[in-house]
Design a protein around this ligand. Structure first.
Ligand SMILES: Nc1ncnc2c1ncn2[C@@H]1O[C@H](COP(=O)(O)OP(=O)(O)OP(=O)(O)O)[C@@H](O)[C@H]1O
Length: 536
């Protein structure tokens, strides 16, 4: 539909060429009757042209709207489908830049280039075909000249594509820079670092603008060079056509031939730069929609997660790039038991949680739940049975209730139980709208401890089978920390927790300690650990 819509202006162009040739030709005929007849024909052409323009524009706008919507959806889904490990390889801002800046580049360049390209190619082919009928040899010459112009433009192709890609990358860099400055604004102000970061952002916008300028200049040089060559060619054509007058061709035919060759040459001057820019836009399209997840297809299991007995980890090795985190470790997690993960900073505790929750893959060895390989398990079915409490809590700009339930429906009793156990009663009583109180962006209107308690309530209400905890109580005071820790240890869920805090009389409630040392793991029963290892 889009191609047809873009082709319609070609008809307009040819009609216009023909109309002008008829008008000038009527001067040669010299009678008033003939002149008036031509004027009527021209009026008909003008009305037809206007109607065709409106039809073409309408068809193009609908196509553009649908396509851009599809691309945004595709780009968004691509990001959502990326595995967590791959997602983390790029900063969040780079994804935002892809979604906003790159789609804008694509929107501005692609359609503009495409319509121009189809129009030019259409004009070129139609003009050449008509010329072939009028003067075969002349048309052949125009064709050869076009091929030469095409080859000259080939020289510019790679540089145009590279420059466009660089503009996209500098856009990404700028978005990351600005976002870092905004995220760290509080620290920057407290340390009087605003100027330093302002300069960094200015450097990055300067680099971006310089690259955009380079791109514009380069494409202008490209079209300027080919235009200059085009002018020389047209002068040659004009001289040749004038010689045809002596051979008896009418003015109307010669004018029409000149206009057709003019259209062909200018089309050929414009087509290659348009092609180059179109190619660079389609590279941007690939960048936005390309899946970064080579592992995705391998890890899409289809078996339901069912955990009745144990999770067995056998000969598990894992590394980040070249850095080995686990070397051949083996242990078991029994259903309903409580595990405390210990180990020095950087020993791999959070990484182990990410592997056990299938957030990360790319390990060697096996993780099996009741004998079923983790890699065969459907991610959604696993996610339904897991809950997480992290030190960094993410809260949506929505009500406290929705932040706890994550938009799922629970009974009044379930909600009250989660609120009680997470120690949220006082907070909700103090808020004017209670559970319906709207939180600001990432809970900025709450204290660190309050944000943490919402995430604890969120995990409790989910009634998951496995609860992963990473420093859940580190930002809470001693009393609340003890309360939360004993609540967690009183749940029926299997708990795998990282905690540096020791709550006397409560921490002893864990069943096992898993200690990570130099890429290995040692498992202790809680009694063994406190008798033989722990220094409290
Ligand atoms: N996405 C990543 N890419 C590369 N290296 C990483 C990545 N995440 C963690 N690491 C590195 O792997 C090691 C283990 O990290 P991990 O966060 O699992 O340790 P941890 O025991 O939880 O540490 P901490 O107690 O300080 O939170 C660290 O040296 C860390 O720098």
């Amino acid at each position: 539909m889009y191609i047809i819509a873009c082709f319609i202006p070609v008809i307009d162009q040819i009609l216009m060429n023909y109309g002008i040739a008829l008008l000038l030709g009527s001067l040669e005929v010299g009678t008033m009757d003939y002149f008036i007849k031509i004027l009527w024909i021209l009026l008909g052409f003008a009305v037809l042209g206007a109607v065709l323009y409106i039809v073409s524009r309408f068809m193009r706008i609908s196509y553009m709207r649908d396509t851009l919507l599809d691309i945004r959806v595709e780009a968004f889904q691509n990001i959502l489908n990326t595995s967590y490990k791959n997602f983390n390889k790029k900063s969040r801002e780079a994804y935002i830049s892809n979604l906003i800046n790159d789609i804008n580049i694509f929107e501005n360049n692609f359609f503009l280039m495409l319509i121009n390209l189809i129009f030019r190619v259409g004009v070129y082919i139609t003009s050449l075909v008509i010329l072939f009928f009028i003067d075969f040899k002349f048309a052949l010459c125009i064709f050869v000249i076009s091929i030469i112009l095409l080859l000259i433009n080939k020289i510019f192709e790679k540089k145009t594509i590279d420059l466009q890609e660089e503009v996209s990358n500098y856009n990404e860099e700028f978005s990351i820079e600005v976002s870092n400055t905004f995220n760290g604004l509080e620290i920057l102000k407290l340390n009087n670092l605003e100027d330093k970061f302002l300069n960094k952002s200015l450097d990055s916008i300067n680099r971006l603008e310089r690259k955009k300028f380079q791109f514009t200049i380069f494409t202008d040089i490209q079209s300027g060079t080919t235009m200059l060559i085009g002018y020389f060619i047209l002068v040659g054509i004009l001289i040749y056509l004038l010689t045809l007058i002596e051979k008896g061709k009418t003015y109307a035919t010669i004018i029409f031939m000149f206009q057709l060759s003019n259209s062909s040459v200018w089309s050929m001057v414009n087509i290659p730069p348009l092609l180059n820019q179109l190619k660079s836009s389609s590279n941007i399209y690939k960048k936005i929609t390309k899946s970064t997840d080579e592992s995705l297809s391998i890890n899409k299991g289809n078996k339901a997660f069912s955990f009745n007995k144990e999770i067995e980890v056998r000969n598990l090795s894992f590394k980040y790039d070249e850095r080995k985190i686990f070397k051949d470790i083996s242990f078991k997690i029994e259903r309903g038991k409580k595990y405390l993960l210990k180990g020095a900073s950087g020993s791999g505790k959070s990484t182990l949680i990410k592997l056990l929750s299938k957030t990360y893959d790319g390990y060697s060895g096996h993780i099996r739940v009741d004998g079923v390989d983790y890699k065969d398990i459907d991610e959604n079915s696993l996610n339904r049975k897991l809950a997480f409490i992290y030190q960094d809590v993410f809260l949506f700009e929505d009500s406290i209730l929705n932040n706890i339930t994550l938009y799922k429906s629970y009974s009044h009793e379930q909600i009250s139980k989660a609120i009680n156990e997470a120690g949220l009663n006082k907070l909700i009583r103090n808020k004017e709208r209670g559970l319906e109180e709207i939180l600001w962006e990432n809970g900025k209107n709450l204290s660190g401890g309050e944000r943490q308690r919402i995430s604890i309530a969120r995990a409790i209400i989910k009634d998951s089978e496995i609860l992963f905890i990473d420093e859940a109580t580190s930002s809470l005071d001693e009393e609340l920390g003890r309360h939360i820790e004993s609540t967690i240890l009183g749940l029926d869920n299997t708990v795998i927790a990282i905690s540096h805090r020791y709550y006397e009389g409560i921490t002893e409630g864990y069943d096992y300690i898993l200690e990570l040392i130099d890429g290995n793991i040692v498992q202790y029963s809680i009694e063994e650990y406190f008798q033989e290892v722990a220094i409290i």
